[in-house]
Design a protein around this ligand. Structure first.
Ligand SMILES: NC(=O)c1ccc[n+]([C@@H]2O[C@H](COP(=O)([O-])OP(=O)(O)OC[C@H]3O[C@@H](n4cnc5c(N)ncnc54)[C@H](OP(=O)(O)O)[C@@H]3O)[C@@H](O)[C@H]2O)c1
Length: 216
């Protein structure tokens, strides 16, 4: 089995990278700044960087692509005066277009697998049902990427792909903060079990890290 995880230099992505390495899986990660061994350079918002990754991975069969890289830039913004357009652009470039373009870049690699899977790290904040207010840019980006995952699931099902979207929990990372509920390890262990269970039969799912169906 071969796995590629975006944003694997820290946070949940690093915990997933370490988890797959510990399992003995052939594991590639991406790092925005540097390339070192199995850690490949990728800025998901940069077309040239995406092309370079596709070239680097050429002819490598990929069983699981984990689109984990993401940003949360609008914490603390005020509805009356905040949420500038540049923040919308940067967030959607990473959290939505970045996910789509990474999947596009890796599609030919995934098609070499007999059981191709795409796991998108979304968030409970992308749920239309929860919609608890605030964080307009981040929430909208995670709603968009949930929609993206569901449409890709429909398009890629005839080819046997499993495409899932996952809420990783509220995790103690730079993004989640020190007061969050669970450790990176707990989140990664749960997510890896979810990815194991993902298949064309369960494609289009939106699940929590600990295996509960998430309301859309
Ligand atoms: N932590 C939580 O409680 C929580 C809850 C729900 C969902 N999530 C989601 O889980 C995922 C991981 O979150 P985290 O908590 O581990 O965040 P994190 O600690 O802030 O790490 C984010 C990772 O994404 C990378 N990244 C950001 N922009 C990128 C870009 N343009 N190109 C390539 N890599 C980029 C970062 O790279 P650099 O080091 O270069 O910045 C870093 O490796 C995100 O999609 C996040 O939205 C997290």
């Amino acid at each position: 089995m071969t796995v590629l995880i975006t944003g694997a230099n820290r946070g949940i992505g690093k915990a997933l990278f370490d988890g797959y390495v510990a399992r003995g899986t052939q594991t590639f990660g991406t790092h925005r700044q540097a390339e070192d061994g199995a850690m490949l350079q990728l800025d998901v918002t940069d077309a040239a960087s995406q092309c370079a990754l596709a070239t680097r991975m050429k002819d490598t069969s990929l069983d699981l692509l984990v689109c984990n890289a993401g940003v949360n830039l609008d914490q603390g913004q005020k509805l009356e005066s905040g949420y500038p357009s540049a923040m919308w652009e940067a967030t959607f470039a990473a959290n939505v277009a970045g996910v789509f373009i990474t999947i596009q870049s890796m599609l030919s690699n995934l098609r070499l697998s007999e059981t191709p899977k795409i796991a998108i790290i979304g968030s409970q904040l992308g749920s239309q049902t929860i919609a608890s207010g605030g964080g307009y840019i981040y929430c909208a980006s995670k709603a968009a990427v949930l929609n993206l995952g569901r449409n890709l699931a429909a398009d890629l099902a005839p080819e046997g792909f499993g495409v899932g979207v996952y809420h990783p929990g509220w995790v103690r990372t730079d993004m989640g903060g020190s007061g969050a509920d669970i450790t990176m390890q707990e989140s990664a262990d749960g997510l890896m079990a979810r990815f194991d269970a993902l298949s064309v039969e369960t494609t289009g799912c939106f699940e929590t890290w600990d295996g509960r169906p998430h309301p859309y």
